[in-house]
Design a binder for this molecule. Structure first.
Ligand SMILES: Nc1ncnc2c1ncn2[C@@H]1O[C@H](COP(=O)(O)OP(=O)(O)OP(=O)(O)O)[C@@H](O)[C@H]1O
Ligand SMILES: [Mg+2]
Length: 391
């Protein structure tokens, strides 16, 4: 796996059970997966010679991010390195403009968009579709980086001029008034077998996913099914091998628009480790190694994953102490830590809670993640009976 972040770390965990050994290409020895995987190659993912050396002896090469230059992927593929997903598919997860154009060409609903090569492109788009609009870097963005909300023509002119001067490829799109955000996660094997997990709701704050509710609560069953079908259709049409996450906007009209594609395990699928018969990490391995796919069915009626985001100023307790308190209070919470330094806003872990109904499950998951991040329970979180006694 090229890249050694938390996705590679959790893929390694799944590889252990399948009797496989995951080699990772890590930028640093302290990368989340480099700390745990047995076979670590240190090097840059944007260096062709490094990628070539890394691939020698691998059955298949897959990715924990989208940042490998597409032209390098094409060279490797021409040299018979087996890449999953291949460059023709992966290009649509690497380049938001190419993805929008291809999906629109296939008749898949996407927000209105336009390529931006000069500031006037945004101004005329805004004049046509209205303000605010969303300016996006076509390549290289993640977690809301590479995304600018533009409210008026003057602001647009200034921001676009600055960005174009640094040669960032750009597109602009309508800021859609969605009802909520969903994700349809599927896998497709080399053989062409497909499997779909239940459609989930994702909750974002400041452009970062903070919570995933599985399945998406009160989602119309036909709409859920059409989301799954859409994702399987995109996977088959683009020739994706591995996990495909389709980020969706649910519109008030009941329509689904595609926001973004990721062709790897995705934050919206972390809940599957504890909440589904087959996790997205195991499924990704099965798909790229051409095993039959595992059952994607949920193991509980409600499952919530909350990300642990590094807090600005955690309380006096170190993370291990916070973990202790959390485990004592909520033995049902499943904690996954990535061994990453606690920088503000950075994803350093996640907590998953499964149960019979959404409301209590969500409350525990969200409070647990907040406590792990900060050492404090959120305002209004009910005080545990035993804590009341000791108080
Ligand atoms: N056209 C739009 N209209 C309204 N909100 C949008 C639009 N595009 C993006 N957003 C908001 O910004 C978030 C991030 O956008 P996007 O997924 O394109 O960027 P990213 O930085 O690549 O994200 P990721 O964290 O998935 O890597 C979306 O989840 C959504 O909340
Ligand atoms: Mg996104």
């Amino acid at each position: 796996m090229v890249g050694a972040g938390q996705l590679a770390r959790m893929t390694h965990q799944a590889a252990v059970s399948l009797g496989q050994s995951l080699r990772v290409l890590a930028a640093q020895p302290a990368d989340a997966a480099a700390l745990v995987a047995p076979d670590v190659v240190l090097g840059r993912h944007d260096d062709l010679a490094t990628l070539g050396r890394f691939a020698v002896g691998c059955d298949v090469v897959t990715f924990d991010h989208e940042q490998v230059p597409t032209e390098h992927l094409r060279v490797l593929a021409a040299e018979q390195v087996r890449l999953c997903p291949g460059p023709d598919a992966l290009a649509h997860a690497q380049d938001k403009l190419l993805m929008r154009q291809r999906l629109a060409g296939l008749g898949v609903p996407v927000p209105p968009f336009r390529e931006v090569t000069q500031p006037q492109d945004v101004e005329s788009f805004g004049a046509e579709y209205g303000w605010p609009c969303v300016l996006k870097a076509a390549r290289g963005g993640y977690d809301g980086r590479g995304l600018w909300m533009l409210t008026a023509p003057a602001e647009a002119r200034q921001v676009v001029t600055q960005l174009l001067a640094t040669s960032v490829p750009l597109l602009v799109e309508l800021r859609v008034a969605m009802h909520r955000e969903l994700a349809a996660l599927v896998a497709r094997s080399q053989f062409g077998q497909g499997a779909a997990w239940p459609v989930v709701q994702t909750v974002q704050r400041d452009g970062i996913c903070v919570e995933v509710l599985a399945p998406a609560p009160a989602l119309d069953s036909e709409l859920a099914q059409s989301g799954q079908q859409l994702a399987l259709h995109i996977a088959a049409t683009l020739g994706v091998v591995g996990v495909l996450a389709v980020e969706l906007f649910e519109m008030p009209t009941g329509e689904l628009l595609v926001n973004e594609l990721a062709m790897r395990p995705h934050n919206s699928g972390h809940w599957t480790i504890d909440g589904a018969v087959t996790s997205q990490f195991e499924q990704h391995l099965r798909a790229v190694l051409d095993y039959p796919l595992g059952c994607p069915a949920p193991r509980a009626p409600a499952c919530v994953m909350a990300n642990v985001l590094g807090a600005g100023a955690p309380s006096g307790m170190v993370l291990d102490e916070r973990l202790h308190h959390l485990m004592a209070r909520y033995p049902q919470a499943k904690v996954h830590l990535y061994a990453k330094p606690e920088r503000p806003g950075r994803k350093i872990g996640h907590v998953t809670v499964c149960g019979e109904s959404l409301v209590p499950v969500r409350q525990v998951a969200v409070a647990s993640a907040a406590f792990l991040a900060s050492g404090a329970w959120p305002d209004g979180h009910p005080v545990h009976a035993r804590e009341r006694e000791t108080a």
